[in-house]
Write a protein that binds this ligand. Structure first.
Ligand SMILES: *Cc1c(COP(=O)(O)O)cnc(C)c1O
Length: 383
């Protein structure tokens, strides 16, 4: 039996036969000799050693047989989804999914006669009403962005299996350290490796993991679409995942401390964090997650969110998430900018909402930073 941290460090490493070096060598070639060889190597075929090393490590962590690494999360997601739905099929998505995935479904599905529904409440009762004879796939994303909504993975996968429907999960926010979708019955697991897996804001990548037969059909598409990850980035990603376990432990701890601080502060309005017993999805999160992750969303009371962000000294106002450094952004000005203020309000993404991606700094410093950026206004002025 090997456990998470050991797998993070060791799984997939390719032995360097020439020197005995402990790291996987970087194979930079795009041209490989082909005579007298059974295998032809080529990066777009996703069969070069550095890609294999990442895939093997992630297979060990997600408990899946096989996988393909891509040059972005969206390349991974689109290939995984399209491997499961064909013309005239129907697919179900949660209403709150990553903006890029939502845009792919809304802007591309129609062109290829793919039918879909977005569902506000992802539970079995609601899905029963929406499912059609031609429903081939249910897509999950939990915790969601930016309100950290939690979906009961196991109940939906049980329903899906009974009806011969494939499930795909975007496990980016949780990472395999905090959530193992395979043990809850999910067929395909996708990640934006640009976030926690890469973890240092310097790699754009994605990965799909699943049973060998499922990955075969993803590969059929990826060979045609391109979007493979080069050797250098694959190596960098492999190296990053070695510290995923310890990074996530620190991030879970920091986020818990900060969420507790924010929810006890009268200058702050609503706080969304799945580790808070007051969070709507807390009970399910506690069941299916072993840690609650590093994303916290919260509303400021009376303060202007831009003024607040400008006063921060350690936490940087920037986009994306999942790195060693703490960053913050207004979803209303970034991921949800395309919606009207009214539309946003309806789904709970108010103009006062901030999304904090907690890093691995000392939580006391981060709390101090948040505190000093708050207004001097009194607490009980209300909204
Ligand atoms: C960032 C992100 C993606 C897209 O990943 P890219 O690497 O930017 O293509 C997909 N899902 C989630 C949850 C994300 O946060």
């Amino acid at each position: 039996m090997t456990l998470k941290h050991t797998n993070c460090v060791h799984a997939g490493t390719m032995h360097d036969e020439n020197t005995g070096g402990v790291n996987t060598p970087i194979y930079t070639s795009t041209s490989f000799e082909y005579l007298d060889r059974t295998r032809v190597y080529y990066p777009r075929y996703s069969n070069i050693p550095n890609q294999f090393a990442v895939v093997k490590k992630m297979c060990a962590l997600e408990n899946k047989e096989s996988g393909i690494v891509f040059s972005s999360g969206m390349a991974a997601i689109t290939a995984a989804v399209l491997s499961k739905v064909k013309a005239d099929d129907h697919a179900i998505f949660p209403a709150s999914i990553y903006g890029g995935t939502a845009s792919f479904v809304k802007n591309v599905f129609g062109d290829y006669n793919l039918d879909y529904d977005f569902v506000d409440t992802m539970d079995v009762d609601t899905i029963k009403q929406i499912v059609k004879p031609n429903t081939k796939m249910i897509y999950l994303e939990t915790p969601s962005n930016p309100l950290l909504e939690i979906i009961d993975i196991k109940s939906i996968c049980t329903f899906a299996k009974e009806h011969g429907i494939t499930t795909i999960i975007d496990n980016t926010f949780a990472t395999p350290i905090n959530q193992n979708p395979d043990s809850l019955g999910v067929d395909l697991v996708v990640h934006s490796a640009t976030k926690y897996l890469g973890g240092h804001s310097d790699i754009c990548a994605g990965i799909v993991l699943g049973a060998s037969k499922d990955i075969k059909s993803v590969k059929r598409l990826s060979l045609n679409f391109g979007g493979s990850l080069n050797a250098e980035s694959s190596y960098l990603l492999e190296r990053s995942i070695k510290t995923l376990g310890i990074r996530m432990e620190k991030i879970n701890q920091n986020a818990m401390n900060i969420a507790a601080f924010l929810s006890g502060n009268c200058k702050i309005g609503k706080v969304y964090y799945p580790g808070l017993p007051t969070h709507k999805g807390y009970e399910i999160a506690k069941e299916q997650m072993t840690g609650f992750g590093g994303v916290i969303s919260f509303e400021l009371g009376n303060q202007d969110p831009i003024e607040f962000q400008k006063k921060l000294k350690i936490i940087k106002p920037s986009v994306s998430l999942g790195a060693v450094e703490s960053i913050i952004c207004s979803p209303a000005l970034t991921s949800h900018y395309h919606m009207s203020s009214e539309q946003r309000k309806k789904i709970g993404v108010t103009d006062k909402l901030l999304r904090l991606s907690v890093g691995i700094e000392d939580s006391a410093d981060l709390i101090e930073d948040l505190k000093q950026a708050m207004c001097n206004c009194s607490c009980n002025q209300g909204d």
